[in-house]
Design a protein around this ligand. Sequence first.
Ligand code: FES
Ligand code: FES
Length: 168
Amino acid sequence: MSRNPTDNCVDVDLVVNGEELRVRIEPTKTLLELLRELLGLTGTKCGCGIGECGACTVLLDDRPVNACLVLAGQVNGGRVRTVEGLAVDGQLHPVQEAFIAEHAVQCGYCTPGMIMSAVGLLEQESNPSDDQIKRALAGNLCRCTGYERILRAVRRAAGRQHAERQDG
Ligand code: FES
Ligand code: FES
């Protein structure tokens, strides 16, 4: 990362959804602002902006983080994944499919963050218990769907992923 003396911005090198990028950004901007405003990746939502709601959850080096709490400069050299990067060749990720199948979406505002937290969990633990799922989603708030359907969706995705790994 280098600072440009003319505009006080910094150059940040990072990988977003598999694409290597260099962005110039003010050092006080957050990863959330980088994604939404600079890159146009508006799938990641801004709910509270203070780390309370989880709507802005993305994966940073495979770990879920609140993008509103991470400064853009902190991701220099990092690998970020957002909801836009989940589908492959037009095929939704199993967690996305499970949210649809279980009707775990109403307004959808929390959904990208929920899904990224669930993906982060399932990559670490392919067959999580309900307690593990609840802990992983504890930082993601939903005000309309109700958590039971969301829990069922993650369970469904886990079952499928688990079965696929055992078959493979
Ligand atoms: Fe980041 Fe709410 S917008 S936690
Ligand atoms: Fe509306 Fe969760 S679906 S906040």
